[in-house]
Design a protein around this ligand. Structure first.
Ligand code: THU
Length: 156
């Protein structure tokens, strides 16, 4: 028997100015996407942006429904768009943000378990990618998205 220690590589930034221009641009696309979320039930707008290998950007936002379980998270909307249209292009970077009263939240938003599982399968299909979770006062950058869900379920 032996103890295993799982390590996660994460960089913490104190403010948005510490991001490089590529990261900052994608963050702004995610903020813009969040602005178009349909979230009348939670009043919480989430946005996600994927930078693809050919520099194309794919975005998503949460789409809620009166039948609550039919609502879809921003990450899954973006990743489904990628899966439906661009799965031949690898993902270079993913950003997730949330708005409260139309402004970027102070703290980071951390993806729900279901979104982490979806990210893990995308990473398995076409290579893993760095993930930035950004708030006004704190930004976390994970070098590998799968680090958010160690030992995720894989049907193989
Ligand atoms: N939401 C996301 O879009 N992504 C997450 O990772 C967590 C939560 C959405 C779902 C719902 O529309 C709203 O945020 C409040 O939970």
């Amino acid at each position: 028997m032996k103890e295993l220690i799982l390590k996660i590589a994460v960089t913490e930034f104190d403010n948005l100015n510490e991001l490089n221009s590529l990261e900052y641009e994608l963050l702004n696309k995610a903020i813009k996407a969040a602005g178009n979320a349909y979230s009348p039930y939670s009043n919480f707008k989430v946005g996600s942006a994927l930078l693809l290998h050919d520099n194309r950007v794919v975005t998503g936002n949460n789409q809620e429904n009166a039948a609550f379980p039919a609502g879809i998270c921003a990450e899954q909307v973006a990743l489904s768009n990628w899966g439906a249209n661009f799965s031949h292009l690898s993902i270079k970077l993913m950003v997730v943000v949330a708005l409260k009263n139309e402004k970027l939240t102070d703290e980071v938003i951390t993806p729900c378990g279901e979104c982490r599982q979806v990210m893990a399968e995308v990473a398995m299909r076409n290579g893993d990618f760095p993930l930035i979770l950004a708030g006004k006062n704190r930004i976390l950058k994970f070098e590998k998205s799968v680090d958010l869900l160690p030992l995720s379920f894989m049907n193989k």
